[in-house]
Design a protein around this ligand. Structure first.
Ligand SMILES: NC(=O)c1ccc[n+]([C@@H]2O[C@H](COP(=O)([O-])OP(=O)(O)OC[C@H]3O[C@@H](n4cnc5c(N)ncnc54)[C@H](O)[C@@H]3O)[C@@H](O)[C@H]2O)c1
Length: 258
């Protein structure tokens, strides 16, 4: 008999922060294709609407939820509203993120605090809100988006610190919530084409195509990453089949890291 992994997310409620565009949207679209009801949580109403419409027009189930992951009270309210309206959340993707690149000697308190705030405080708020519902059903999949920058990156002491911090977060959550049927893992992407990397190219004064070409030269598989590459890795952790995999960091970078 053929062995078929259980990647179906049928009947699951999946929340994706920063799900309006880029990597988050690709994850949301992929999870919806596998049968989940996807809650697109983003601070940008326009991209929420675009993502929800796109998923629904492909026959998927999605709803939009406006929030800033830094705002704990709002996060609590939104997760409670999701539970009341759609049912208990069993999958959370901590994906919302920003960059404020700057060399250490020039970095402002605002550049430091805003990046730490979105990534670390954001993941803390959303995970704390989601786990309440996961514990009640004795099942959960928490997937947090880290980065190869966790290994150190010039001009990104704020971002690298946040992404490395998330890896400690993911492992600690895995230890605490494992007994409740909840796994916690990180996906750490390398260079992925998105608005975030387009903004980096602009800041460096390089046409995006040249920037992609330059980055691709050092990627062993010889191509840049796409949001769909990260979505595939997130789906692996989101499936029922991955119940014995927790506290791990999976680098999705077209080659070995860490
Ligand atoms: N693009 C890459 O090369 C790359 C590499 C490694 C890791 N990552 C990480 O992947 C994640 C997604 O990145 P992307 O490239 O898709 O970025 P993106 O800028 O294209 O999209 C980020 C999304 O997050 C939302 N967001 C930002 N701050 C928010 C907040 N406070 N509350 C709610 N929503 C918020 C934005 O509105 C946007 O929709 C981020 O965590 C990023 O750090 C990206």
């Amino acid at each position: 008999m053929a062995y078929s992994p259980r990647y179906s997310l049928e009947g699951r409620i999946a929340c994706v922060t920063g799900g309006g565009k880029g990597i988050g949207r690709a994850i949301a679209e992929r999870f919806a294709k596998e049968g989940a009801h996807v809650c697109i949580m983003d601070r940008d109403s326009l991209v929420i609407e675009e993502a929800v419409t796109a998923i629904q027009s492909q026959g998927g189930a999605a709803s939009g939820h406006h929030l800033d992951v830094k705002d704990q009270k709002k996060v609590e309210e939104v997760f409670q509203a999701v539970e009341e309206r759609y049912g208990r959340v069993s999958i959370l993707v901590n994906n919302a993120g920003i960059t404020r690149d700057q060399l250490l000697f020039r970095m402002s308190q605002e550049e430091w605090a805003s990046v730490i705030g979105v990534h670390l405080n954001g993941a803390f708020h959303c995970t704390q809100a989601a786990q309440k519902q996961m514990v009640k059903i004795g099942y959960g999949r928490i997937i947090t988006i880290s980065s190869v920058s966790a290994l150190g990156n010039k001009g990104q002491v704020n971002y690298a610190t946040a992404k490395a911090g998330l890896q400690g977060f993911v492992k600690s959550v895995a230890l605490e919530l494992g007994p409740f049927g909840i796994t916690s893992n990180a996906v750490a992407p390398g260079f992925i084409e998105s608005d975030m990397t387009k903004a980096t190219a602009r800041r460096l004064g390089k046409p995006f195509a040249d920037f992609v070409e330059e980055k691709t030269k050092v990627i062993p598989v010889g191509r840049s990453g796409k949001p769909e590459d990260v979505a595939g890795a997130a789906l692996f952790f989101a499936g029922e089949e991955s119940s014995f995999i927790s506290g791990q960091v999976l680098y999705v970078a077209g080659g070995p890291k860490a």
